[in-house]
Design a protein around this ligand. Sequence first.
Ligand SMILES: *[C@@H]1O[C@H](CO)[C@@H](O)[C@H](O)[C@H]1NC(C)=O
Ligand SMILES: *[C@@H]1O[C@H](CO)[C@@H](O)[C@H](O)[C@H]1NC(C)=O
Ligand SMILES: *[C@@H]1O[C@H](CO)[C@@H](O)[C@H](O)[C@H]1NC(C)=O
Ligand SMILES: *[C@@H]1O[C@H](CO)[C@@H](O)[C@H](O)[C@H]1NC(C)=O
Ligand SMILES: *[C@@H]1O[C@H](CO)[C@@H](O)[C@H](O)[C@H]1NC(C)=O
Ligand SMILES: *[C@@H]1O[C@H](CO)[C@@H](O)[C@H](O)[C@H]1NC(C)=O
Length: 810
Amino acid sequence: MDILSLLIFVACILIPSLKVSTAIDTIHLSQCISDGMTLVSQGGKFEFGFFSPNHSNKHYLGIWYKNIIPQTVVWVAERAINDSLAILTVNRTGNLVLRHHDNVVWHTPSEKQAQNPVVQLLDSGNLVVREESETDPEAYLWQSFDYPSDTALPGMKLGWNLRTGREWRMTSWKSPDDPSPGDFYWGMLLYNYPEFYLMKGKEKILRIGPWNGLHFSGIPDQKPNPVYAYHYISNKDEIYYTYSQENDGVISRLEINQTSSTISRYVWMEDKQFWKVYKSRPRDNCDYYGMCGAYGTCVITGSQFCQCLEKFSPKSPKAWNKADWSQGCVRNKPLNCTNKLRDGFMKVKGVKLPDTTHTWVDETIGLEECRVRCLNNCSCMAYTNSDIRGEGSGCVMWFGDLNDIRQFDGEGQDLYIRMDASELGEQRHYKEVLILVYTTIAIILGMLLVGCFRIYVGRCTITDILRNQNRGGSEDDQDLPLVDLSTIVTATDNFSINNKIGEGGFGLVYKGRLVSGQEIAVKRLSRTSGQGMREFKNEVKLIAKLQHRNLVKLLACCVQQQDIMLVYEYMTNRSLDRLIFDDTEAKLLDWPKRFNIICGIARGLLYLHQDSRLRIIHRDLKASNVLIDDQLNPKISDFGIARIFGGDETEGSTQRVVGTYGYMAPEYAADGIFSVKSDVFSFGILMLEIISGKRSRGFYIENHSPNLVTHAWSLWKKGRAIEMIDSNIEDSCALSDVLRCIHVSLLCVQQHAEDRPAMPSVVLMLGSESELAEPKEPGFYLNNDVGATPAISGDIISINELTITSLEAR
Ligand SMILES: *[C@@H]1O[C@H](CO)[C@@H](O)[C@H](O)[C@H]1NC(C)=O
Ligand SMILES: *[C@@H]1O[C@H](CO)[C@@H](O)[C@H](O)[C@H]1NC(C)=O
Ligand SMILES: *[C@@H]1O[C@H](CO)[C@@H](O)[C@H](O)[C@H]1NC(C)=O
Ligand SMILES: *[C@@H]1O[C@H](CO)[C@@H](O)[C@H](O)[C@H]1NC(C)=O
Ligand SMILES: *[C@@H]1O[C@H](CO)[C@@H](O)[C@H](O)[C@H]1NC(C)=O
Ligand SMILES: *[C@@H]1O[C@H](CO)[C@@H](O)[C@H](O)[C@H]1NC(C)=O
């Protein structure tokens, strides 16, 4: 011990004046904590100091609720001290150091160097060591939340920090009298499809199933509730579960307990002064891991808990009949994989997915491709969607025996289990083979195309675009199905306000559900006079023929006197503006995803502009008109509507200006002159928004720029374009790629339409590394022409993001 720490040590024990009488939540370098002294968090919720469990004469450092009796300890430092002569200090390098007599018996690790470290107990129950001036939780030198004991408090993470390889897991106390780490823990096993388990050493006690996008597979009744909100975060840096308090008055905690072998959530009953068990697991026999063996399924309402899956029988009927189910079940007809094509799948509904130890996941493919992949590998025993949100997406496959399945009543997920074809019936088999053959051919062709022509991975390529065009431009002379009003009225619950999902330039958008269960989006347009019904229908039919994977599909239409209703496919993932301008969502949208979106929009727009029979100018391209599907592919919506209304105007000037401030090309906004180049302008703006995560029309006062374009331009000229990149994508992007995109956007928003590239060149520029021209000064309508455009009054301009539907030009 050096002289300084000796002095502190002596001072701490001998000078009672240092034993503060008023509650403090922080200690500094020169201060210390000994037995009898505590830190109290600012709001008085938690207390930190030494404690002794009942029936124990040992002393521990811990955190407990300040105002709850019996003392409820939520965190404890592992080492016990035999007497009350220990001292806790923080030293210059930011380590908490616990000294007993002359020895350091416990200290915290610290990866970073400290200048002026302080120890503070926060109101969340988190004890942190931080630089005195530091407020960013990510930069804490140490925090108790990173080292959970047997309790998870709101805001604590359970899972893995993939960057550092640190696990956040809850470990039980040995016993109520002994807080040292016991044998039980609650943690996430990092399989390809990760799962939380209650473990006893290496033995699995129970699992709640993998996260399926909505909830853990084994807890289908997990629902939003007034006590706590749960969150599951998975990205390249971290994967964890956490929960937050919904209501500040509710005190709840999650605790793992070795004595009772449970993990339970408690809620503090203020009036009755006790901890009520809100939920506890295992809650029934079916929760115990592997209760029914391989291919057995546990049914809590069954005559006996365990049953064999359909077309399976007990492996040992003798044991099974004595209620020893652990050996599980075997197939009635064993698989014989000499001919893969002979196999098929049996759909089992309403289950908790099997143990995921041997799984493989691909989030980018759907159920059909998943099936083919599974069929093609003899050890693949089952598959299903990895994410059940919406229609379901992603693929998970199981290899080897299927363990720990549980059957739910009415809830639960679908699982497709491999079976010999003879178990499935001939017809099915035939269909199976056809699908397999077709999809295999398609995959091979796809791979060939991709392999031969995709030179730059992750970029738009010409072949992509050609392929899409061929697919999209197919001559399909079927008339657009007309549906009658009653169908739509039923589907939308008579245009109930509850079903309204949007408001576009020409009318309201409703969500609907057909009797068949299919979800649709209905756009209700108000027709203006001056156009005959026949022309009107013809236009709609023409528009309906436009099909491209980056365009929202028009399914049907309905004409009723003054109303026309367009029925579109329904997109679950909302519109682009709700992803890029939302703090949480934007974090999940890394650069490769954003680039994919940019390319998709470019392809869709190219298709609209280039389709030989029908050149469509969108006129209102903006983030809220780009819908995003489950796979994060963009689909342009609202295309052709201007045309439906405008009749035979194809290009030129219009009496009606349709568009949105912030996206409108100057010549269009001011003079009503539109062309494919005004769409290119809007596309340029959209790209800038995707890259910066900022709205085109926002306030950029600190930069002395009235809007995003002028801001981008001024940074570009100063060679500081990097500064406009959304901080959420800094980690996931190659700067040169993003800079190239900014460059392309600036070319798109040049003031003079003739300087702007057309969409084919835009797509080429995005997909290659060729030299780009220097952009000229951008045009921006608000910047240059506010005064010069009497047609637009001040109060309309102030409405952000509203589509201007009918604005008569001078
Ligand atoms: C110990 O027991 C006493 C009385 O039974 C109780 O008041 C106190 O809260 C208990 N302490 C702990 C840590 O359980
Ligand atoms: C506490 O006492 C036990 C036995 O009485 C001894 O083994 C242990 O080393 C002591 N611990 C400390 C920190 O002094
Ligand atoms: C602080 O304590 C840790 C752990 O005992 C030790 O490694 C480190 O050197 C100490 N730093 C100083 C400045 O004493
Ligand atoms: C665990 O459960 C037992 C029995 O329900 C209870 O007595 C004990 O206080 C709980 N807590 C700990 C830390 O063991
Ligand atoms: C598998 O099937 C092939 C032909 O369908 C047959 O010749 C072979 O004996 C079978 N093997 C087993 C183990 O049943
Ligand atoms: C089947 O999948 C397993 C697990 O991914 C893999 O190890 C094996 O090589 C695959 N077999 C074939 C024939 O692809």
